[in-house]
Design a protein around this ligand. Structure first.
Ligand code: PLP
Length: 416
């Protein structure tokens, strides 16, 4: 055969091509990009919209929740989330919706002022963050937006590659922070082991003001009967003499309403003091009416866990459907593997090196929108062009099934 001739497709590849073309001909419009709750999940918190009621506005300490003040957040909400966050109420700050906003502001405050262990604002020097990959694109966007250099470290199923992390933070004082999604991480579902968390809490860092940005976004977002628990990073860091190291973040975005939830920050007493000092010039207080309505609606930690069970009933079948289809269609294809998360909002699909972009393009041609290949890595560049993030929560189950079929066909075609 000369170089210009195109090899004929094998019968198996021909069959894949026909199935793909038939799928494409359906002219579907499906979307697996959005890590957001489906409307049915938002309906679970519909009662929030009629709370707290016209005459119910006095919280502990005769606090009128309608008025200014209370920068740290109502004590009732801080108590409610204390167990979940693993911090006493006095070490919690509750803000408005979006923990991402809190993370962003914490980075910016650190750049402008330094933190309580800094001798100078971070921005006075080159600053780098460790970024376990694959990871959450919006963490990387915060760094990119503010000129923070990103250093990739591999994320294993039990957390980041700690040999790499320990070596890097010990030798490089420009490394001021590290992004961590310790439970059901975005997008692989990885859960940090106790050993990894202890090493993060105890490791030597060249920068005395180094911080773990501990984004526990999926702290109660279980998909199985097993409510996975992880080690308490605040306690371990304190035990190892680094009480200020973790900045813990979480929110009720995927518990109640992403557009009207509560964001939370938990940290050492000194960090909380530092954060409140930074917030003081910015606001005369958060939306305490929303905090109060969350207290009325969720009631206690048990109320949160019950609500999460109802979320799970709605979304676990969607994850199961994707996995069932991938198992049936993709098992045994060399270089193709996917995660089976026990919680969180994503499945991570690995395809052979150099083919993720092609799979995403083929899926798009067939009517399925996927998160762009590369989004799981800093600077939107996956050096192996291998990882694809699948977000099954938002579409209806039937559409999730169709989309998973289409993705599987795109993978089969790209690897045929
Ligand atoms: C790891 C992680 N952190 C934070 C967020 C956003 O949180 P919030 O809605 O509280 O801003 C998400 C949303 O997908 C996420 O996956």
């Amino acid at each position: 055969m000369s170089m210009t001739e195109i090899a004929p497709l094998s019968p198996a590849a021909q069959k894949v091509r026909e199935s793909y073309d038939a799928f494409k001909a359906k002219g579907l419009k499906l979307n697996l990009t959005r890590g957001k709750p489906a409307s049915a999940q938002l309906d679970l918190s519909q009662d929030l919209l009629s709370l707290p009621g016209a005459s119910d506005f006095t919280a502990e300490g005769a606090t009128d929740v309608r008025n200014y003040g209370g920068a740290q957040g109502l004590i009732e909400v801080r108590r409610l989330f204390s167990g979940i966050l693993g911090a006493p109420p006095e070490q919690i700050v509750v803000g408005n919706n979006s923990s991402l906003a809190l993370m962003h502001d914490t980075v910016v405050f650190s750049l402008l002022k330094g933190n309580c262990d800094s001798t100078a604002p971070w921005s006075k020097q080159d600053v780098a963050f460790l970024c376990p990959v694959p990871g959450y694109d919006r963490h990387f966007t915060i760094c990119q937006e503010h000129g923070i250099r990103m250093i990739q470290v591999p994320l294993n199923t039990d957390g980041p590659d700690m040999d790499a992390v320990e070596r890097l933070v010990a030798e490089d004082a420009t490394i001021k922070g590290m992004w961590c999604v310790p439970k059901y991480s975005n997008p692989t579902g990885a859960v940090y082991s106790d050993a990894v968390i202890e090493r993060l809490a105890s490791m030597k860092t060249a920068a005395p003001d180094f911080r773990l940005f501990w984004d526990n976004a999926y702290v109660v977002h279980h998909l199985t009967d097993e409510r996975v628990e992880i080690a308490n990073v605040l306690e371990l860091a304190a035990k190892h003499g680094h009480p200020n190291r973790p900045f813990v973040f979480s929110s009720t975005s995927k518990i109640t309403l992403p557009g009207a939830g509560l964001a939370m920050f938990a940290a050492s007493k000194d960090n909380v003091k530092w954060m409140l000092a930074r917030l003081a010039p910015r606001t005369i207080g958060p939306d305490k009416v929303n905090q109060w309505r969350h207290v009325r609606f969720l009631k206690n930690e048990g109320g949160v866990l019950d609500l999460m069970d109802r979320h799970r009933a709605l979304i676990a079948p969607k994850f199961a459907k994707v996995l069932e289809i991938f198992d049936a269609k993709l098992t045994g294809i060399p270089g193709v593997q996917w995660t089976r998360p026990k919680g969180g909002y994503f499945i991570s699909l690995d395809v052979p090196k150099g083919s993720a972009r092609r799979v995403v393009a083929l899926a798009k041609e067939a009517g399925i929108e996927l998160t762009p290949a590369g989004a799981t890595h800093p600077y939107e560049k996956d050096p192996d062009d291998r990882t694809i993030r699948i977000a099954p929560t938002f579409p209806e189950l039937a559409d999730v099934a169709l989309a998973a079929e289409g993705v599987a066909l795109a993978v089969q075609l790209a690897t045929a």
